[in-house]
Design a protein around this ligand. Structure first.
Ligand code: URP
Ligand code: ZN
Ligand code: ZN
Length: 465
């Protein structure tokens, strides 16, 4: 099967130019001006459209058992949402309950993804305990399973969280084995103490979810784990940075240059703000996630961090829960509201509309932040995340002027609300290819459940970006 995409403007992390692309099978075979076409070729006219590498979302949760319920989107609906939004690969987290092995969690996640995913995927392996057995598994996870990143939590103590000693040992040991530790960095003890204090004094509305997770607690833990990386000579990746405090710590760590420090933020922290928690009728619960939304000044700081390369990746932490039947489990006590919201389908359009079109980031930087850097850091470049000869033909034809309004009425997620409801977007994916096949076109997901493939990745490369 050969396809020729003609007349589009190719945009990658490094440049943009007009050229045709010839796809043979699953790969990009040729790129050039006025490529010849043959009778058997399928020709796609991309005039007026941009041709970008498929988005890679480094941070999502499908069917996550969490806080007494299970997140709403599974690999089927979640990957449909991804494709509709121009994302061709996603990373979930294989999270073992304490006491269970890393490999058992990977196998459990395989059970959720196999036969369901419509786009390509991989996992980060979550370390929720640290002992000799887990330490022995780390090189196996990297080499046999092709998973080069491991998430630890300094919060959710008793469930997922590990203490400082374990965090330090995990960061060191993973690095020695050729991997990278990513951290949900916040001072979990401060959070618990503050939440208890609010609860004891009857302050239980959704806003107290945010007030019990102050930005300083995120900055403090970010500082701490960067120091662990420096002491042990290891790289470190901070997930879902929501605050100026943690972005500043990443900038300082990078400047010191004693460890390779990476930062990831998520779309919601650039657009949505803390005041949403005060919406009437418990609607504020729709925005309960961890870390929480912050006041606008933090969004501004994060945009700056994207501009000055403090933060290299934008994900979503897509972890959707229905308003009715899930979020409302926490009516009367913010501590019981399942944490998480959507974003997989909205990420590229929101960043394009309010980032690229408003001149905050260039088109090339948008591609880099939403695709290329994830491929580089997580060991897939140049197979994924760029448009070059030999790469997987994960390609999005982007309509740069298409007008739309985000709504739960039209989204592909199974969730009963959309955190970006009513946001106007100008620009969206019109056709999405995964490994040379049209997986989404003009509102319709074409890829079937099971078309997505698990992608094995290389060891972490300290010079990846
Ligand atoms: O609120 C969130 N982020 N839920 C998902 C779990 C996590 O910490 O990433
Ligand atoms: Zn997290
Ligand atoms: Zn997450």
């Amino acid at each position: 099967m050969t396809t020729v995409i003609k007349g589009g403007r190719i945009v990658t992390a490094s440049d943009s130019y007009y050229a045709d692309i010839r796809i043979e099978g699953e790969k990009i075979a040729y790129i050039g001006k006025d490529l010849a076409v043959f009778d058997e070729d399928k020709i796609i006219d991309a005039n007026g459209r941009w041709v970008i590498p498929g988005g890679i979302d480094p941070h999502v949760h499908m069917s996550l058992p969490f806080m007494g319920t299970v997140s709403k989107d599974d690999f089927d609906s979640g990957s449909a949402a991804a494709l509709a939004g121009g994302t061709t690969m996603l990373f979930d987290f294989a999270i073992p309950p304490k006491g269970k092995s890393l490999v058992s969690a990977i196998e459990e996640w395989d059970g959720k993804a196999n036969g369901k995913a419509r786009c390509d995927y991989s996992y980060h392996s979550s370390i929720t305990d640290w002992n000799e057995e887990i330490e022995r598994e780390v090189p196996i996870v990297i080499e046999k399973y092709g998973i080069n990143a491991f998430k630890i939590f300094t919060a959710y103590m008793g469930v997922y969280g590990i203490d400082d000693k374990a965090a330090f040992q995990a960061i060191k040991s993973v690095s020695r084995a050729g991997g990278l530790v990513s951290v949900h960095a916040v001072n979990g003890n401060v959070l618990v103490a503050m939440a208890e204090e609010f609860a004891a004094t009857g302050r239980l509305d959704p806003i107290y979810h945010a007030l019990s997770q102050p930005p300083e607690a995120e900055g403090e833990a970010t500082h701490r784990v960067i120091k662990f990386a420096e002491i042990s000579g290891s790289p470190i990746y901070i997930v879902h940075v929501s605050a100026k405090d943690s972005a500043d710590e990443i900038a300082i760590g990078k400047k010191r240059g004693m460890a390779k420090v990476f930062g990831e933020t998520c779309a919601q922290y650039l657009f949505l703000t803390q005041d949403l928690y005060e919406l009437p009728n418990f609607e504020g619960s729709k925005y309960v996630l961890s870390p929480p939304l912050r006041p606008r000044s933090h969004c501004d700081a994060l945009w700056k961090a994207l501009q000055n390369h403090t933060i290299e990746i934008i994900g979503t932490d897509h972890c959707s829960f229905d308003f009715v039947g899930q979020k409302d489990m926490g009516r009367g006590d913010f501590r019981k509201i399942p944490n998480g919201l959507n974003g997989l389908e909205e990420r590229l359009s929101m960043l394009y509309t309010y980032g690229v079109r408003e001149g905050k980031i260039s088109a090339e930087r948008w591609v880099e932040l939403c695709s290329t850097n994830a491929s580089k850091i997580f060991g897939m470049y140049p197979k994924k995340g760029t448009i070059v000869i030999g790469a997987d033909a994960d390609i999005v034809l982007w309509d740069p002027d298409c007008d739309g309004i985000i709504s739960a009425k039209t989204h592909k997620s199974r969730c009963d609300y959309n955190a970006y409801e009513g946001y106007r977007i100008k620009g969206r994916a019109s056709t999405t290819f995964v490994r040379g096949q049209i997986a989404y076109e003009n509102g319709e997901v074409k890829a079937e459940p099971g078309n997505g493939r698990f992608i094995k990745r290389s060891k972490f490369n300290p010079n990846c970006i």
